[in-house]
Write a protein that binds this ligand. Structure first.
Ligand code: SAM
Ligand code: DTB
Ligand code: SF4
Length: 340
């Protein structure tokens, strides 16, 4: 690893990011791989496990999501899981070599009455020596403080797309509200995980705007999940894609998005997130070359299938990749220090 990390900029212009996307693919990959190895061990990938702790019945209308009440996806709504069952799943994830345990709830926002159970879950999973991440929807400053106090390491809240395209995918809350929650998470001292989805029918200009929004936040998210849309039947976007098969995101364009995220946010962990199940090994390998250094393991994401441990073990062996070990949770202050 290069001892002198790349300087961190939060003043990227859209034009600069568009120019990255426009580079010859070989040049873009060379730049992304160079930034990657200057700041991270290039053959180590962080393993995260997801668990849906409260599934379905969500009042929001996100056009991609199987868990929205607006979707006719067959996902049944359930209540918040009991603390013991969550801890059992976390123990299993740890046994399987996972470093981070990410818990998701299909809520617009947690209710105050949910918070004691959530706090207990965070404390229990932390005590097992796993990094904790939660994604529960919008938070008030007080709820963010409660999560910080409980020891939550990361909070996931995605901006999902460019500000312009966001409004065409979700109408029940604004991008501004998403950014407010990210601000509360940051102010509480919790590490930020924020990314989005590629392949929702957006244009390249939207993908530029998506990366630009993240890369110009006052401080880059410590984790940036880049999801490829998992088209779920019964959702607006899943059905739209089923009717127009050519709308599926081009693999090379997906890799370009990963590379642009890596170059503009050099210190962040860039997670190759949903959609790996239907991605070829070659495309995943290109994403790792382009700077992706984190994945979700296991057979299931929240409701959709994931690549699975056996195929991941085979892929890692083929590519000579290993699990990232022993990393301390990257505290927000580390990023600020490295930026100086
Ligand atoms: N309700 C919370 C929220 O929206 O912040 C947390 C759970 S939500 C399912 C977490 C993220 O998963 C979304 O922001 C979206 O980026 C991603 N996601 C959901 N459905 C997806 C799909 N079908 N394909 C790809 N990513 C998806
Ligand atoms: C993120 O960006 N991707 C994860 C996690 N954050 C919570 C969720 C992916 C969900 C994929 C669709 C599903 O399982 O329903
Ligand atoms: Fe609800 Fe989150 Fe799904 Fe949107 S993405 S419908 S907020 S669970």
């Amino acid at each position: 690893m290069n001892p002198e990390p790349t300087s961190v900029r939060t003043d990227w212009t859209r034009e600069e990011i568009a120019a990255l996307f426009d580079l010859p693919f070989t040049e873009l990959l060379f730049q992304a791989a160079s930034v990657h190895r200057a700041n991270h061990p290039p053959a180590e990938v962080q393993l995260c496990t997801l668990l849906s702790i409260k599934t379905g019945g969500c009042p929001e209308d996100c056009g991609y999501c199987s868990q929205s009440v607006k979707a006719d996806s067959g996902v049944e709504a359930s209540k918040l899981m009991d603390v013991r069952s969550v801890l059992q799943s976390a123990a299993q994830a740890k046994d399987n070599g996972s470093q981070r345990f990410c818990m998701g709830a299909a809520w617009r926002n947690p209710k105050d009455r949910d918070m004691p159970a959530i706090v207990e879950i965070v404390k229990g999973v932390s005590a097992m020596g796993l990094e904790t991440c939660m994604t529960l929807g919008m938070l008030t400053p007080k709820q963010a403080d409660m999560l910080a106090e409980a020891g939550l390491d990361y909070y996931n809240h995605n901006i999902d797309s460019s500000p312009e395209y966001y409004e065409r995918v979700i109408t029940t809350r604004t991008m501004g509200e998403r950014l407010d929650t990210l601000g509360h998470v940051r102010a509480a001292g919790i590490n930020v995980c924020s990314g989005g989805i590629v392949g929702m029918g957006e244009t390249r200009s939207d993908r530029v705007g998506f990366v630009h929004t993240l890369a110009t936040l006052p401080q880059h998210p410590e984790s940036v999940p880049v999801n490829a849309l998992v088209p779920v039947k019964g959702t607006v976007l899943g059905d739209m894609l089923a009717d127009t098969p050519l709308a599926k995101i081009d693999d090379i364009e997906f890799v370009r998005t990963v590379a642009a995220a890596r170059i503009t946010m050099p210190l962040s962990m860039v997670r190759l997130s949903a959609g790996r199940e239907s991605m070829s090994e070659a495309t995943q390998a290109l994403c790792f070359l382009a700077g992706a250094n984190s994945i979700f393991t296991g057979d299931k994401l929240l409701t959709a299938p994931n690549a699975g441990d056996d195929s991941d073990a085979a892929l890692f062996a083929k590519l000579g990749l290993t699990a990232l070990k022993g990393e301390e949770p990257l505290r927000a202050c580390h990023v600020a220090e490295a930026a100086e």
